[in-house]
Design a protein around this ligand. Sequence first.
Ligand SMILES: [Cu+2]
Length: 135
Amino acid sequence: MSTVLSLSFRHLRWLWCVLALTTAVLLSLAACVGGTHTTPAGAAPAQTVSTVKIVEVNDKYMFDPTTLTIKKGSQVLWTNMSDASHTVTSNTGAFQTHGTLAEKQTFRFTFTTAGAFMYHCTVHPYMKATIIVTS
Ligand SMILES: [Cu+2]
């Protein structure tokens, strides 16, 4: 009788182990859906996101706003609202798009150090703008 009890107990422990492992694997898979790592809801404080639009004004393209001031730790989201392709390229190599942004495409970068970050578009070198990050 005791042998039967201890066997089923071991069986339950084994089953629990398998369930725990399966759950852990499923959770880590869920966190990486679409190839981007996301933080489970509620685990991290909400991040401030500021937007810069790439627009066309009088046949010229520009970053709007040209100068954006944000707090350290904030994210900037660039959206190409024009029908031409552009890049968002840091003058110092701090950040840059992978290739060009086509119409409606976006680029995000989180600024973790204070300072003035000048950037431009390599397709249209006259397109210049600055992100000012305050501590
Ligand atoms: Cu451009």
